[in-house]
Design a protein around this ligand. Structure first.
Ligand code: GLC
Ligand code: CA
Length: 563
């Protein structure tokens, strides 16, 4: 059955860096309201906003201090309500980030939990996950396990007042909640319903697969299997789905890496799913250097195009019929896609368009991340003080311990860190790219003269013009959203070619993912007409096509009716 959100283009807004409405250098809700007409004009119908809650901003809002308050950095609850009203007036739905796995350590629950003298200490202590210290052979106090969290840090921090360690799988200012505590769950449900009452159309569930932990707390390193994707987290999600998400017809986008087929269907299968769309990461980081495993995502090798194609194919195969598929290039946690998989210098515009063409003709729903549509590029931070992301600082220490020099560490971090995706949106070529009249909270990524909305809007051959075209095409032609995808020569190491076959027409997508000329072999190429491309001229289809660096072309043909 067709749901309201199917076929609607999604746009992710990283609030802090989208648009500064009150001129303090920080993006905010009034800024989003100002830019709603822009979003509408490029074909967006759903926006997902990163956390807007009151927060000490250790992890820029993913550390919530008060779920019921809008951060004073971002505006007021009235601004929020106005955003919902104005978005709805022009046909844009609004979904917000929902952080269920942890709170800030400054949340009143944790304040009570950590203070034995607090009148409600006993109740709130159990909202979190605590463990007594271990003693090693030398009689020294040690954390309960050697688990390492997602920011490269120990997952346990000692708290002297309770003489216990608390668990945090992200930063130490983000203690994990205890989802086995029913009162905590009830508090969460009340909070979710409160935001539903404010008019939100859905949620993006942050860190959805981490809610359950292995309460045996076995020794392990790094130990991810003990705090991620444990079977019981599905029960929590299903409970929320049955009680809240489904009855309110909300759109639920869940963040969860590493799911297999059964889990994927438990998340987003039509029949048994607790959510509607799954943000998985199979196609991300397809350029990790296998010779440097100790560096993980911080190492950079050659882009493995086959891996990217196979990930999209696998997800389509898992979800194409039994559930809903989601496509996107990147979000606020990965480098800029054009710097990552394209060419951010010589072939900037061409590779940006190639990436757009490679992605946006695939079936399912799509998410465009802010700035992707103008080809925003990575930062080139050279000093540690320029970075803002909490993860950078723990990883910097790790790299120094590994023996990297200061310069080497900063280079690795600069290329791959999350700040890359978090620099201010570039609206004009004016001061601070029209984001704010004052110095923004984080340095700009640069190249504002060509990489900005204003100049690209007037250039029919810009990346932005192509995004506008593709997003509108997706809106107007259900053949893409509801089509089936077949990759062509999926083992070709450099090309990214596929067909999307819909009820009445078929698209043929041919792209070269490399900065050198390649050739591809095609069959069944009759009656296709050119649609768009990354180069000025779209060549006629031939069985053997020679493709210039980052060339990408789309063709279409009507399908003969089957008699
Ligand atoms: C998710 C968010 C990320 C955040 C983390 C902890 O992975 O996307 O930005 O740091 O959860 O909330
Ligand atoms: Ca502001």
């Amino acid at each position: 059955m067709r749901q309201w959100w199917m076929g609607k283009n999604i746009y992710q807004i990283y609030l802090r860096s989208f648009m500064d409405g009150n001129h303090d250098g920080i993006g905010d809700i009034p800024g989003v309201i100002m830019k709603l007409p822009y979003l509408k004009s490029i074909g967006i119908e759903i926006i997902w906003i990163s956390p807007h809650y009151d927060s000490p901003m250790d992890d820029y809002g993913y550390d919530v201090r008060d779920f019921y308050r809008v951060s004073s950095d971002y505006g007021t609850i009235d601004d929020f309500k106005q955003l919902i009203t104005e978005a709805h007036q022009i046909g844009i739905k609004v979904i917000i980030d929902l952080v269920l796995n942890h709170t800030s350590d400054e949340h009143p629950w944790f304040q009570a939990a950590k203070d034995p003298n607090h009148p409600e200490h006993v109740k709130y202590h159990d909202y979190y996950i605590w463990h007594k210290p271990k003693t090693d052979d030398a009689g020294l106090m040690q954390p309960p396990t050697s688990w390492i969290g997602w920011f490269g840090d120990r997952t346990w921090t000692y708290h002297p007042l309770t003489d216990e360690y608390y668990l945090h799988i992200f930063s130490k200012k983000m203690p994990d909640l205890n989802w086995r505590n029913h009162e905590m769950i009830d508090d969460m449900k009340r909070m979710i319903l409160w935001w539903v009452a404010q008019g939100v159309d859905g949620f993006r569930l942050d860190a959805a697969n981490h809610l359950e932990k292995n309460w045996e707390f076995p020794e392990a390193y790094p130990g991810y299997e003990h705090f991620s994707s444990l079977p019981k987290h599905h029960d929590y999600l299903h409970m929320l789905s049955e009680e809240i998400f489904k009855p309110h017809d909300l759109l639920i986008l869940g963040e969860s890496g590493g799911a297999n087929k059964a889990e994927a269907l438990a998340y987003v299968g039509y029949h048994q799913g607790s959510m509607n769309m799954l943000i998985q990461f199979g196609h991300c980081w397809a350029d990790i250097d296998p010779t440097q495993p100790q560096l993980g995502k911080w190492s950079q090798g050659v882009v493995d195009v086959v891996k990217i194609k196979k990930s999209f194919q696998t997800w389509y195969q898992i979800l194409g019929h039994d559930g809903w598929n989601l496509i996107y290039w990147h979000n606020h946690d990965q480098p800029r896609i054009i710097s990552h998989y394209g060419s951010d210098r010589r072939y900037h515009a061409r590779s940006g368009k190639m990436l757009a063409i490679a992605l946006y003709l695939m079936p399912g729903s799509c998410i465009c991340y802010q700035g992707e549509e103008i080809g925003m590029v990575n930062v080139r931070f050279r000093k540690l003080e320029q970075f803002r992301d909490v993860e950078v600082f723990t990883e910097y220490d790790n790299m120094r311990r590994m023996g990297k020099t200061k310069r080497q560490a900063l280079r690795l971090l600069s290329r791959r860190c999350r700040d890359n995706a978090r620099t201010p949106m570039q609206w004009t070529h004016g001061a601070y790219a029209g984001f704010s009249p004052v110095q923004p909270w984080i340095d700009m990524s640069g190249r504002k003269h060509t990489i900005n909305v204003q100049s690209q809007s007037h250039d029919p051959s810009s990346i932005l013009s192509l995004y506008r075209f593709l997003l509108k095409l997706r809106r107007s032609d259900d053949n893409i959203t509801f089509g089936t995808i077949e990759f062509i020569d999926i083992d070709h190491p450099d090309s990214f070619c596929y067909r999307t076959v819909g009820a009445t027409c078929e698209y043929l997508v041919i792209t070269n993912f490399r900065n050198r000329t390649i050739s591809v072999q095609l069959d069944d190429i009759h009656k296709f007409a050119p649609v768009t491309g990354s180069l000025k001229r779209i060549p006629p289809l031939k069985n053997r096509m020679v493709l210039a660096p980052f060339a990408a072309f789309v063709y279409r043909r009507t399908r003969r009716r089957e008699s």
